[in-house]
Design a protein around this ligand. Sequence first.
Ligand SMILES: [Cu+2]
Length: 156
Amino acid sequence: MKQLIKAAISAMLLALITNPVLAQEVTVKDAWIRGTVPGQSGTGAFMELTGKSNARLVGAASPAAKVVEVHNMKLENGVMKMHPVEGIDLPAGKPVRLAPGGYHVMLMELVKPLNAGDKVPLKLTIELPGKRRETLDLSVEVRDVKGQAAKGHHQH
Ligand SMILES: [Cu+2]
C-alpha cells in the first residue's frame, strides 16, 4: 500500500515536472500589461510569441478582467481602431510581436486598477496542429501607462 502511494506520488511529481516543458509548444518573451489611469476600464497585454510548430493564439483569460479578447489595431481613415480577431497565427519558428499599435490581448471590464509593478495572471489558449490545444499560464508584469517598467525595478 505504502509503495503504491509512493509510486502514485512519484508519477504525479514526474507529471508536474515534465508536462509543462514537453507541452509548451509556444514560448513567451517580454510580456507586459499597460497600467491604467483612474477611470480606465480596459488595457492591453503585449508580448512576443514563438511557436515550435505552426500554432495560433485563439483566446485568453485573466481573473483581472471580466472580458478578455484578442485584438488587432489598424489605421482606418486616419484613425487608429481596434477590433477583436479570431486568432493570431504563429508560424513555426517565427517570433510574432503583440505590441502597441498592432496585435494585443485586450483586458476589458477590469476588476481593479492595474498599477506598475503588479503581477497579473494571464492564461493564453493556443491551438496547435491537429486542433490540439494548450494553455499557457503567465504571470505578467504591469508597466506604467507609457509602457515603462515600475520605478526601482532594477534595485531589487
Ligand atoms: Cu484592444
